[in-house]
Write a protein of this length. Sequence first.
Lengths: 230, 371
Amino acid sequence: MLIELKGVKKDYPLGRTVVHAIRGVNLEISEGDFTVIAGPSGSGKTTLLNLMGLLDHPTEGKLFFEGRDVSRISDRDATFIRRSRIGFIFQTFNLIPVLTAIENVELPLLLKRMKRKERRKRAEEALAAVGLGDKLYHKPDELSGGERQRVAIARAIAGMPDIILADEPTANLDSETGLSIIKLMKEMNREQGVTFVFSTHDARIIEIARRKIELLDGKVVSDVVQNSNS
Amino acid sequence: MLFKTAIRNIFKYLRRSLVIFICLIVSIVALQVSDSISEGFKRQSKILMLESAGMILIERKGNDPFDLIQEGIKNFDEVERRIKSVIPEIVAPAIVVNDTFSVNTLVIGTRRESLISTKLAKKLKADAGDTIVILSTNRAGGLSIKEVKIESVLTNGLFTGGVDLCIPIDKMEEFLLWDTGEVKQIRVNFNQYEKADSLSKLLSGMFPDLNITPWNERLKNLESLFRISDIKMYLFSFIVLLLTSGIIMNSVLSSVMERKKDLGTIRAIGSSRRFIIFLILTEVVIITFFSCLAGTFFSYIITRKLMQVGFHYESVAEMTQYIPPVLYPAINPLRWIVDVIFLFVWAIIWSIYPAVLIARMPPVKALREEI
């Protein structure tokens, strides 16, 4: 089991009130999964992904990463796990604007202290894998939305993580581009065995996922394995 | 890549970088130019003191300048002979103190001309070649009148504020009708600074009844004056640095807050807090480095210009002996290097808070707006 959540709750203080973003979620993510977390805005999708990505701590409950309890993990350890085991794809791409496509992809490899030559080779391969082998030296503002998200995917896969967490990766893309991005992710899942967990509320994309977890008001209301049509 | 990213960030956030850059240039120029003015003041005051009061001061032990019945230096001839044996170019160095009137004698190398200061020349409406009459009382209460031909008027800037009449001791003896036994103070003046200590020690051993003080010990008297100058400079520097720190911290803080999302992303994908701090501090170090280079260049230009023009303090200089009438800044490279290092450290110190603040921010918080 890659990630396991047991009775996880997450509360946020909001002025004098407390927002219960996640209300006791039990969940397991296995290696090789291609899972979508669906739900309306405010249902807790982002919070759940943040918890899984060790970007945040649960208020209650237990969170396990490969069997290790990481509910109260230190920032240093969480950083190490994120760096070595987890890839992130963000809704707004979150590429570093001053770096070129290849430098953006190289960045997590640099943080892993990989040698210059090797990380350059890996970054080139990752960008070639997402179809951007000819745009290595373009800066984010010289790329289209779809291309930027491809760079973000390349950045996430370059370090060969165990799991990639993608928070609404298609939200800022047109439907066709969004669909192609999800297909690309699916292809990587199938061919390279990369585990993907992503959130969306796009019905067409939800259909592609093998497993669908539906959230509503911070609770899992359904968790089904479906026959994807792609 | 850290360096490359830092350079690109500097150019991406050019306006803020320029604010820091200009602020640091102004600071370094302010520090270095004020340092040069202070240094010039110290150097000129020191030279004035040494030229007029001598490299070595010899007095009788227990000598009180306000004691009018004090005795002269009995063994003047022997002291003079010993001094000359060590430093032959010194000719008859002495100050002769009368009960009512004093005239300093200074050694002017091997020349034996009568020299007067520009101030005295102005007062007497006399010039080189003129003959002046000096009227004074001698120790015995008698009146002495003597004609002296002015060989030249000192205009080298060192004596312009002085009030000394510079004539050799034998002429002094001649026109004041004194003998060397009435000499109460000997001011030895020469250019070899390094000889002052050894000569003082030699004379001290030979003449235990005399107080023999080299220039560097008497320089302590000037230190209170220098201290006032230093306090003013430190106060000025403190204000400059305080303003600089505020601007630097504010600019770096704005800069990091503006790219909270980028820094949050870097944290999310696995960067340590230290990496973020290094990234921000690298930018500050680069800006500070170039600011210091440019600032030092501007300081040099400004100081050179001021060294030509000078600051005129004639009215103040008249009131005291050791304040130069025209103050010329002087560059002390060591002080300039210290200024640069200090500002470097100062800029980094005040950038640490914004850097740590953003580095300690949980990545989820930095990304929240975007997720």
